[in-house]
Design a protein around this ligand. Structure first.
Ligand code: ADP
Length: 405
């Protein structure tokens, strides 16, 4: 077993990321930032459920029915007992839950009480695809660990201090006041962690650093961070806005919806499905997976070439906007699956910024592995690859809340 588990005075956090049909979990020691085990329980409520528990680099797989989230949590607990580390031998400080939508109510990690659960339930209309799964995960975890403090860490929290001008849509007052229509932003734990690491790598106090973080995974968002505060972010009221993603289009003229309703008879349900599951890279190329799109592009596929160009164009659009919003730019950071692994995409963005004094270090970019500076010493802006660590950030925020004197 990895060192540190159960050491006196230490403590670990179980991070739970529950979706509607899956639960991801990870047991972390937040202080050194060590992961002791992690797992995925998938296809909850569907045929052929599965448990995958990874410890010491070995994954233990089991296929079995997982009818609901309570069963999922029981199976996770059993996997810890069977494959380690046993949860009886560790000092479990807290369970940290990733909760997608905290609306305007939650700007900080929050101890989960019945009132907090009720508030997250009230926010379901803002995140109907995400908050119900998060709530099922919270209820199941409370049943599995009744004596352990449960902490909600909201994806929206980091953006709650955004200036009003960045958070406001220019729509009728009743939409804004009665229906909570405003920009909230997501991926907050990732943007918070990565922007802090960028300041560390620059060797400058967080308060002084202005950065743009490009979180590019299946979902993707850009955030302008000034002195550790999010001052603008590309996802809005929902995770549909902004960058081109695996299956979502990002920015789109809202007139498209009315047009398609009139000329193609699409219902609101049809539109929402197409915009959340059938657009983005999938809509442009037939594949939502960036690796496959890159492969096809290398083979000369025209749709893949266009998709890559659209992705880069939209990224430049946001980098330019956020450089202006920030007024000065110290660091431009790439993170998440695509950002951490795709050197071509990073080079395409940074090379196009050469006119602003950005100088790509091509060999560092091609060889990037872990935290890497990918611009030269002469570059006006430091470009970085910084792997995100959302689970660790959740563990740290949860541990800090429950151990605060
Ligand atoms: P999620 O948003 O689901 O957490 P990830 O951050 O894991 O997603 O990112 C998934 C995306 O990263 C996929 O589009 C995948 O193709 C892409 N990706 C992963 N590895 C590579 C790679 N080596 N090169 C290009 N893209 C990659």
């Amino acid at each position: 077993m990895s060192s540190g588990v159960g050491e006196p005075g230490g403590g670990v956090v179980l991070v739970v990321n529950a979706g509607s049909s899956s639960v991801k979990y990870e047991l972390l020691d937040p202080v050194p930032g060590v992961s002791h085990a992690k797992g995925l329980i998938e296809r909850i409520g569907l045929a052929d459920g599965a448990v995958h528990h990874t410890v010491d680099g070995v994954t233990h797989d089991e296929v079995l029915d997982v009818p609901d989230h309570e069963t999922a949590l029981r199976l996770a607990t059993r996997a810890f007992e069977q494959h380690g580390p046993s949860l009886d031998t560790v000092n479990l400080l807290a369970v940290g839950h990733r909760v997608v939508h905290g609306g305007a109510d939650f700007a900080d990690p929050t101890l989960i009480t019945p009132e907090v659960v009720a508030a997250v339930e009230r926010l379901v209309p803002l995140a109907p695809l995400h908050n119900p799964g998060n709530l099922a995960g919270i209820a199941a975890t409370q049943a599995a660990f009744p004596d352990v403090p449960q902490v909600a860490v909201f994806d929206t929290a980091f953006h709650q201090g955004m200036p009003e001008a960045a958070a406001t849509y220019a729509v009728p007052r009743s939409w804004r006041q009665e229906h909570l229509v405003r920009r909230y932003g997501f991926h907050g734990t990732s943007h918070a962690y990565v922007s802090r690491r960028a300041a560390d790598l620059l060797g400058r106090p967080l308060e002084e650093v202005r950065s743009i973080v490009l979180h590019l995974g299946n979902g993707a968002s850009a955030t302008a961070v000034d002195g550790g505060r999010s001052i603008d972010t590309s996802m809005g009221m929902t995770p549909l806005e902004g960058l081109v993603m695996g299956t979502r289009p990002g920015d789109l003229d809202p007139g498209v919806a009315g047009h398609l309703a009139r000329v193609a008879g699409l219902s609101m349900t049809d539109l929402e499905l197409a915009l959340s599951k059938e657009s983005g890279l999938l809509g442009l190329t037939g594949s939502a997976d960036f690796r496959q799109v890159m492969q096809r592009r290398a083979e000369g596929d025209e749709a893949a070439r266009l998709a890559f160009d659209v992705v880069v164009h939209r990224l430049l659009h946001y980098v330019g906007a956020y450089a202006a919003v920030l007024g000065r730019l110290d660091a431009l950071v790439f993170t998440a699956g695509v950002g951490e692994n795709n050197a071509d995409l990073r080079a395409s963005v940074l090379d196009r910024l050469a006119g602003f004094g950005v100088r790509l270090d091509a060999s560092a970019n091609d060889a990037a592995n872990g935290e890497t500076l990918i611009t030269t010493a002469e570059s006006a802006v430091a470009g970085y690859v910084i792997p995100t660590a959302e689970e660790l950030e959740i563990a740290r925020q949860a541990a800090a809340l429950v151990t605060r004197p």
